[in-house]
Design a binder for this molecule. Structure first.
Ligand SMILES: *Cc1c(COP(=O)(O)O)cnc(C)c1O
Length: 423
């Protein structure tokens, strides 16, 4: 019995999100049946240490008892009302307490919905059409965001997927991440047409690439000068890199923020929010339309709220950050011992590693130029040794509060063996 073949017979491509298919690393995807703490259990009974964490939400580890209790309690009270419930107010308050730039919040069900809605709001509020985004950042799969750069920075963009109308591409400007000069040039030419910039304040969808000094500051400055809206897409970094997200870490206040992943604690929940004057343009207060049958779902709100209560405990991020550093320091020294060039990044519970000697990695082209074959071999070596990494060289890694000394040292023992074999 091959589970993937059975899935392929009835599910398009055998998966419900493409990265799960292992296309970037080869081989068949692993099917999981359960998870607890830092560990996953596969359908064929193997136990793996998890560094994907459902792509970010599982910051407390799997099946944290407080989260499970909150979910069970909420479920017993009804799965969905399609009408207001107090849990929605409670989680919105908690988010605002942790991230004060979100003066008003709207809950949605996925990160894609959050970014799509934030962009519509930015356009509706400013009355402008053009948006700026950066190559290598991922903001979900709505049409306006599946556009890549054309031949020159300010030339027309090109849809990066069939099915995205070419007509949309002229309104999406794609610049190079960490290139402040390109942002200034774009504003110098198009300022009064630009509705917003959307950016991952630490890029986590091209491996992990932090902003260079001055980059985010330039975005803030140019948006303020031009009356454009600065959107931090913190779907990944929110409550992952620091308690108040990347905006707290760097001390920069965006106008709007998108959240997802952790705020659902493993259930489908996401949000966008920000300045009250901008958020008042959303229906029903304002004319910009946005809605959702399951938005603010009580079970998802309960899971998210329980998760946010835990991350707010004293010392949470100090411990998480130290654990993540222990991992990347160990990987680095294992690679050095094996004579293999490796660069790493870490912040809070987020990490990256790239098989490259081009440190520090600050541009998309540097990630793209890394040794992908070595990554594939490392990925499969680690999987065989009981460690589940993201199945692509372009993804970041996730450490949870449930990763302890035992998990990290087992992981590093495996890495030393695998890297030695690859050298
Ligand atoms: C995951 C992610 C999204 C999309 O969220 P979904 O819930 O998968 O739609 C958007 N932006 C960033 C930065 C992400 O990491």
């Amino acid at each position: 019995m091959n589970l993937f073949n059975e899935a392929r017979d009835v599910i398009a491509g055998g998966v419900n999100s493409p990265v799960r298919a292992f296309a970037a690393v080869g081989g068949d995807p692993v099917f999981f049946k359960s998870a607890r703490g830092a560990w996953l259990e596969t359908e064929d009974g193997r136990r793996l240490i998890d560094y994907v964490g459902s792509w970010g939400p599982m910051i407390l580890g799997h099946c944290h008892p407080d989260v499970i209790d909150a979910v069970v309690q909420a479920a017993k009270n009804g799965l969905s009302f399609g009408a207001p419930c107090v849990l929605e107010t409670q989680i919105a308050r908690k988010i605002r307490e942790l991230m004060p730039s979100l003066e008003r919040i709207r809950m949605v069900s996925s990160g894609t919905e959050a970014t799509m809605s934030a962009i519509r709001l930015a356009r509706g509020h400013t009355g402008r059409d053009k948006i700026i985004k950066f190559e290598g950042c991922y903001h979900g799969h709505s049409d306006s965001l599946l556009i890549k750069a054309g031949s020159g920075a300010l030339t027309l963009g090109i849809p990066s997927s069939p099915g995205v109308p070419a007509g949309l591409a002229e309104n999406t400007i794609t610049l190079s991440y960490n290139d402040a000069e390109a942002v200034r040039a774009a504003f110098a030419e198009l300022a009064e047409q630009i509705a917003c910039i959307i950016v991952e304040p630490i890029a986590g969808n091209m491996n992990m690439v932090p902003p260079v000094a001055g980059f985010l500051e330039t975005l803030r400055e140019e948006c303020s000068k031009a009356g454009a809206i600065l959107i931090f897409d913190e779907v990944m970094t929110g409550f992952r890199v620091a308690k108040g997200g990347a905006q707290a870490l760097f001390g920069i206040q965006p106008d709007l923020t998108t959240l997802g992943k952790i705020i659902g604690g493993g259930m489908p929940a996401a949000a966008f929010g920000g300045r009250a004057d901008i958020m008042s343009s959303i229906a029903p207060d304002g004319p910009v339309y946005q809605a959702g049958t399951l938005s603010g779902n009580p079970v998802a709100m309960a899971a998210g709220l329980a998760t946010l209560e835990k991350i707010d405990e004293p010392g949470f991020y100090e411990a998480l950050g130290a654990r993540t550093r222990q991992l990347t320091d160990g990987l680095l020294s294992a690679a050095q011992d094996a004579g293999i060039p490796l660069t790493t990044e870490n912040q809070g519970g987020l990490f990256g590693f790239v098989f490259s000697d081009d440190a520090p990695i600050r541009r998309f082209e540097q990630v793209a130029a890394a040794n992908v074959d070595r990554f594939k071999a490392f990925f499969h070596g680690m999987l065989d040794a009981g460690v589940y990494l993201a199945p692509s060289a372009f993804e970041a890694g996730f450490v949870s509060a449930a990763h302890g000394d035992e998990e990290i040292s087992t992981t590093l023992d495996a890495a030393r063996k695998v890297l030695k074999r690859l050298s």
